[in-house]
Design a protein around this ligand. Structure first.
Ligand SMILES: Nc1ncnc2c1ncn2[C@@H]1O[C@H](COP(=O)(O)OP(=O)(O)OP(=O)(O)O)[C@@H](O)[C@H]1O
Length: 355
């Protein structure tokens, strides 16, 4: 592993911001640190960068323990959420700043700045000041500035949080491509799961200072290892007692479960229609319908259990108060520390249905 955090603990007074955090990163990978606000993501970045000192535990970069190494000797580039550019310096001088500190010669600096402006796709803005750039352009320049001294590790703390949704999406793709081009090991902090899923090779999920799971985005989604991850990822409905649902038997002490929109099928049958699993469906009443571009999102009540699912555009329209039939194909059971997938018994026993 290129970067290793081993049993890191950090408290601020009584508050434990990092609770025995351990994970490793392979060289050249882009890691997403994803978790709710206050879960300790920024604290991890700051300790890696040497801006904060852990109470215990080790940070290893490229086989070397950096616990005692000051921030400026760790070979790390930083991009923050707020525009960290110096407002009174031109773009050129902003990018050149780290190189001047390193006392590189003028010719080298000129060439390196031109190269970086080209890399971030803004070759002609060198003479401008930061306030003459859009928010997205400023963050591109912030990345160029962080990369100028050729760091070994790039840390990005919610770099696109202050940028509007459409540009943010473009910047994500751009960032992924740019990082791939230079092959730098990077850690990206976000609380936006779409952003993490789109950008990261691997995602580290944080909660209350602890690491809940480290996996690639697909695994995080399909195989959540803890109840927290199962709830946090995707649009999940939490059910207190799934024993009341058709097709599920409670197998553990706890009867709570999580249902994701893609686990259910919402049907509105005309009298004559036949569906092989109709007898395994729950009766529900539509509470809310919202258009989501390629489908409708429908919230419905099964007794007093609220679930959310998708409904195709080409099916007959649904509205609040409509009676529907809901097939729950599977759910995640949640016990104290684990989650398991439970498939509806009717579907599991049948050869007709592919989940
Ligand atoms: N210097 C500090 N002094 C006291 N408490 C701090 C300090 N730095 C962080 N904390 C606390 O530690 C907790 C974790 O903060 P951190 O910034 O790491 O979380 P985060 O997951 O990055 O959150 P966000 O997404 O809101 O930035 C928070 O409750 C925060 O208030």
């Amino acid at each position: 592993m290129y970067i290793e955090l081993k049993n890191i603990n950090k408290s601020f007074g009584d508050f434990k911001a990092s609770d025995n955090v351990s994970f490793g990163i392979e060289k050249g990978k882009l890691i997403g640190l994803l978790g709710p606000s206050g879960s300790g993501k920024t604290t991890i970045l700051r300790m890696l960068a040497g801006l904060e000192k852990q109470d215990s535990g080790d940070i290893i970069i490229d086989g070397k323990n950096v616990n005692k190494l000051p921030s400026n000797e760790r070979g790390i580039g930083f991009v923050f959420q707020s525009y960290a550019l110096f407002p009174f310096m031109t773009v050129y001088d902003n990018i050149a700043y780290g190189l001047k500190v390193q006392k590189k010669d003028k010719k080298f600096i000129k060439q390196r700045v031109a190269e970086l402006l080209e890399l971030v796709g803004l070759p002609d803005v060198g003479k401008r000041y930061p306030d003459q750039l859009s928010g997205g352009q400023r963050q591109r320049i912030a990345l160029a500035r962080a990369l100028a001294p050729q760091p070994e590790l790039l840390l990005l703390d919610e770099p696109f949080a202050a940028i509007d949704a459409k540009v943010r999406k473009e910047l994500r793709t751009w960032l992924r491509d740019t990082i791939d081009k230079i092959g730098i090991t990077s850690i990206f902090v976000t609380h936006d799961q779409d952003e993490a899923i789109e950008v990261a090779d691997e995602i580290v999920i944080t909660n209350k200072g602890r690491v809940e799971q480290i996996s690639n985005p697909v695994e995080i989604y399909l195989e959540p290892k803890t109840p927290f991850v199962a709830q946090f990822i995707g649009q999940s409905a939490i059910i207190e007692d799934y024993s009341k649902l058709k097709g599920f038997e409670v197998t553990e002490n706890n009867a709570s479960a999580i249902i994701r929109p893609e686990f259910i099928e919402i049907n509105k049958f005309e009298d004559s229609e036949y569906h092989p699993f109709e007898s395994s469906m729950e009766d529900a009443v539509v509470e809310d319908v919202s258009f989501r571009g390629n489908s409708f999102e429908v919230r419905a009540l099964i007794d007093n259990i609220s679930i959310t699912g998708r409904y195709p555009l080409n099916a007959s329209r649904l509205k609040k108060g409509d009676k529907v039939k809901v097939l729950i194909k599977k759910l995640y059971t949640i016990d104290e520390n684990t989650t398991n997938i439970l498939v509806n018994k009717a579907l599991d026993d049948s050869e007709l249905y592919y989940i």
